[in-house]
Design a protein around this ligand. Structure first.
Ligand code: HEC
Length: 202
């Protein structure tokens, strides 16, 4: 009796396992690094451990004291999308790029006169997702967690920006599919080139 029960449960378990494998996507690599909840993007965490692709700088002192995006922009791409970019030279559906901003701190260091990173002042993101943003141009949506005017805290969740605020400039002037790869030498080098991507070749 016990033996029969055991056999039955083994049969049930393997039947369930088969069903499970039939209905679960086998492509486990399609991982996403963002969460949309009630129509808002939850502030991503962990992005400083993603792939760092470049650091544009728009200092206040070169923008009439008021740069739109002050001042250092550290840009990161999620690891899965980096893998895809290295192989194909394209941004996959599900790509997220983060731009974290820092003020200029000091302008002088033992290495010389210049611009050195100061405190954090803001966080922006862009995501390409057909599922989430079917109506945005090429499915890219734009987000800002920055809280002006003090720029001392970040929102925990945020709605996509109206398309006109961000997308048009990216569409018109960015080199690769709405992304300003012309300012990210790491992405430029890595485009469909796994060897250059990791610094194995210059
Ligand atoms: C007038 C043009 C312009 C507008 C408007 C604009 N951006 Fe950008 N954005 C840029 C440029 C140029 C870069 C790359 C150089 C830099 O960071 O200064 C960039 C880079 C970014 C990046 C890094 C990834 C990428 O696509 O290159 C994010 C994220 C971003 N912008 C978010 C936003 C958000 C959010 C808005 C709207 C609130 C916005 N941008 C509006 C010009 C613009």
């Amino acid at each position: 009796m016990i033996h029969k029960k055991y056999v039955n449960s083994v049969i049930m378990a393997s039947a369930f396992g088969m069903l499970f494998s039939v209905f679960t996507p086998t492509n486990v690599s399609a991982k996403e690094y963002f969460t949309i909840k009630n129509g808002e993007l939850v502030r991503p965490s962990g992005y400083r451990e993603w792939i760092y692709v470049g650091a544009p700088l728009t200092p206040h002192d070169k923008n009439n004291g008021k740069a739109n995006f002050p001042e250092f922009h550290s840009v990161y791409i999620d690891p899965e999308s980096w893998e895809h970019w290295k192989k194909t030279g394209e941004f996959r559906d599900g790509t997220i790029l983060i731009k974290e901003m820092n003020l200029v701190g000091s302008t002088s260091a033992p290495s010389g006169e210049g611009y050195f990173m100061g405190r954090f002042v803001g966080l922006e993101a862009t995501i390409k997702s057909k599922r989430e943003f079917p109506n945005e141009p090429d499915n890219w949506a734009y987000f800002s967690f920055t809280v002006p005017p003090e720029h001392k805290s970040l929102k925990q969740t945020t709605k996509a920006e109206p398309t006109a605020n961000c997308s048009a400039c990216h569409e018109k002037s960015a080199k690769d599919d709405f992304v300003f790869t012309q300012y990210y030498p790491v992405l430029e080098a890595a485009k469909a080139n796994p060897k250059k991507a990791v610094g194995g070749e210059w």
